[in-house]
Write a protein of this length. Structure first.
Length: 266
């Protein structure tokens, strides 16, 4: 249920939560890209000698939380890119069976988010796939968000579909909002300084390989291809149901620990 102050920021009706179980739907998305190559400099005081994806939240490494959720959604293969302290991440994930882990090696050069996904396209295949930051976690609301995201994917209309959370109800997010919904579920960025874009990007999306058809070689941000999709009217969003936590700093890690503890206590 939305608070009164949030009602004007609601997503379009088609993007509202449902209680779908995803039965028979998961075969449409069978691979995921997990972004785990970043330097994680903002987390450094809490991570010590560990790369950020291996920092523990409530006793479990961030990347394991991501991979467990991916597996629970029925996605069988996760491509994990590695650069910073790559050996530690590979050793940690060695032998994991669910999902199957495939590494995309960026040891020679860090490629940023867009370049990292583009570099892994030969491993991801020709169909749409999930993209998931390794520091994005949440407490589920109504239904499982990854299942909802997969069920909302429309291969005919979409090049990307982003999972968006109301920024005012999220933890660890310091921005002014990333996107707003248009009436048909398409997303847009802020038009001017006075424009309110209340939704934060959770670091989770579905992308089709055609999203990268006009992408440059080498290092670039996913923002570049998202902007092209927005301009073409092929970028959509789905509102997250639950509490999103961007665990990118020691303070955000502490907030997320408290949120999980509060959720357990009811």
């Amino acid at each position: 249920m939305l608070r009164a102050s949030e009602r004007r920021f609601a997503a379009p009706a088609w993007a509202e939560p449902d209680t779908g179980t995803g039965r028979g739907m998961m075969s449409r998305i069978d691979k995921a890209m997990v972004l785990a190559a970043g330097l994680g400099t903002r987390m450094a005081p809490a991570s010590g000698t560990l790369p950020k994806p291996l920092v523990k939240l409530d006793g479990k490494a961030l990347i394991d939380r991501v991979l467990d959720r991916i597996a629970d959604a029925g996605i069988g293969t996760a491509v994990v890119n590695v650069h910073h302290k790559a050996d530690q991440i590979e050793a940690h994930l060695k032998g994991r069976a669910r999902p199957k882990i495939v590494f995309s090696d960026e040891r020679a050069k860090l490629l940023d988010t867009g370049g990292g996904v583009q570099n892994a396209l030969p491993l991801l295949g020709k169909r749409a796939f999930l993209v998931h930051n390794s520091d994005s976690v949440w407490i589920e609301g109504i239904g499982a968000n990854l299942v909802r995201l997969v069920e909302a994917w429309d291969d005919r209309r979409m090049d990307c579909l982003m999972l968006l959370a109301l920024s005012s109800a999220s933890y660890g997010y310091q921005g002014r909002g990333d996107f707003a919904f248009d009436a048909d579920g398409r997303i847009r960025r802020r038009k001017n300084e006075q424009d309110i874009v209340p939704f934060a990007f959770t670091g989770v999306s579905i992308a089709h390989p055609r999203l990268f058809a006009k992408a440059p070689e080498g290092v670039f941000s996913l923002n570049r291809v998202w902007d092209q999709a927005i301009e073409a009217g092929r970028a959509f969003g789905l509102r997250m149901e639950g509490i999103w936590m961007h665990v990118g700093t020691p303070d955000a890690l502490a907030q997320a620990e408290k949120a999980l503890d509060d959720a357990r206590r009811g």
